[in-house]
Design a binder for this molecule. Structure first.
Ligand code: DNO
Ligand code: MN
Length: 396
């Protein structure tokens, strides 16, 4: 497996490439976050970013993300130009030798949490999703009546109580946390802005989103095949509908549908253990085995789930998901690739989010992307991989 590290680029990330080099990671995962959604990534800008990474002794291994414009997700109007721009960015990336592309198909928001600095028992903080706070946000702050059905009665009661007692500051902090998953320099919405975005999805249900997704695949995967690119969709986080919007990349069945909707090795998966792992119905090892040949990129992190749908990000080897078993399945997939003569045998992975530990709080890193906490995660994962590989060697 190839150790990689997400970096938001020289303008936006508080962590520098020489610092990342010290973590031991060899691959960088990044995007031209400063380019607005829907515009072409110029080849020169890609080349300049690549040169920075290579000057620091690393390799730009994966693009995360090449974002999909909301109009494509909504199937809104004439999309010819947007698809042409997307394919042009793909061609420019391929020309610079960057061949693995992670993207997601989450409407409006990316990963969503209600607390960015939930305290940990031994000190440090983690990201947390509190079901009643999300319900309070949807039902009371946004006024989405339909969201009632997505939460159990006791969660709704708690949400109403919290909302009534909440101060303006607490509501603003909740809005801020919920908006923080939008990557890079993307505009954050206020309540009115978010309502306006959501209104654009009126009348768009699961079937429509799936149809728009299939159209996207038909528009880009043939070009990916020609250019030698591999696409890996990142699952929804959390893996369920939120804000009353349908999400179509949440479980095994969804993944099967996507990989089937355009049956090509270029149409693959980013296996994110933290996102998929937040739904108790998802069996990570089973997902890794079933779709193994189509996995192009891996996010490793852990979650601790609660019965009401809340969860928090646990240390990489704590929490409810068995990451050792998952890594074992991924190493088996690598072995299978070697045996069948595939060129892309080594799977790139990154420690997905990490805890904010020690001096992390003093730096202005993106939530979930601190230096020390992720370095701890990477080191633990590296140990698991080395241990499992050693055993493989010992067993001949
Ligand atoms: C969540 C994180 C996200 C993810 C994007 C992919 O699990 O990995 O930041 O990178 O949603 O587009
Ligand atoms: Mn992830």
């Amino acid at each position: 497996m190839i150790e990689s590290w997400r970096w938001y680029g020289p303008e936006l990330d508080a962590i520098t490439l020489p610092e990342i080099a010290q973590t031991g990671a060899s691959g960088i995962v990044t995007a031209l976050h400063e380019i607005p959604y829907g515009e072409v990534w110029p080849r020169e800008a890609i080349a300049a970013r690549r040169a920075l990474i290579e000057a620091a002794g690393m390799h730009w291994h994966v693009v995360e993300s090449l974002p999909i414009h909301e109009r494509i997700k909504r199937g809104d109007g004439d999309l010819t130009q947007l698809f042409a721009n997307y394919r042009q960015s793909m061609a420019n990336l391929a020309a610079e030798g960057i061949t693995t592309i992670c993207y997601n198909f989450m409407p409006v928001l990316d990963w969503t949490r209600t607390d960015l600095t939930a305290p940990l028992a031994r000190g440090g903080t983690c990201l947390r999703f509190e079901a009643y706070k999300m319900a309070a946000f949807e039902i009371h702050m946004l006024g989405r009546a339909g969201a009632q059905d997505d939460y159990a009665q006791d969660v709704r009661t708690k949400a109403a109580t919290w909302f009534q007692a909440s101060s303006q500051g607490e509501r603003e902090a909740l809005l801020h946390a919920i908006m923080s998953g939008l990557p890079g320099a993307f505009d954050r919405y206020d309540i009115a802005g978010l309502r306006a975005q959501l209104a654009l999805y009126d009348g768009i249900g699961r079937a429509e989103i799936r149809a728009h997704y299939k159209r996207f695949l038909n528009e880009v995967i043939p070009a990916a095949e020609e250019l030698g690119l591999r696409f890996g969709v990142h699952p929804d986080d959390p893996p369920r509908d939120i804000l009353g919007l349908p999400r179509v990349v949440s479980n095994e069945e969804d993944i099967a549908w996507i990989l089937d909707a355009y049956d090509s090795p270029a149409n693959g998966l980013t296996l994110c253990s933290g996102s998929l792992g937040a739904n108790p119905q998802n069996d990570l090892v089973q997902i890794a085995r079933r779709f193994g040949e189509r996995i192009h990129f891996v996010h490793l992190r852990n979650v601790r789930k609660e019965s009401d749908g809340s969860f928090e990000e646990a240390a990489h080897l704590e929490g409810d998901s068995d990451l050792v078993a998952l890594i074992d399945a991924l190493l088996a997939q690598e072995g299978h690739r070697r045996a069948t003569g595939r060129r892309d045998c080594a799977l790139p992975f990154r420690p997905d989010h990490g805890h904010a530990l020690l001096d992390d709080g003093a730096r202005n890193a993106f939530p979930g992307y601190p230096l020390i906490g992720r370095m701890r995660g990477l080191a633990e994962l590296r140990g698991v991989i080395a241990g499992l590989k050693g055993r493989e060697g010992a067993n001949g």
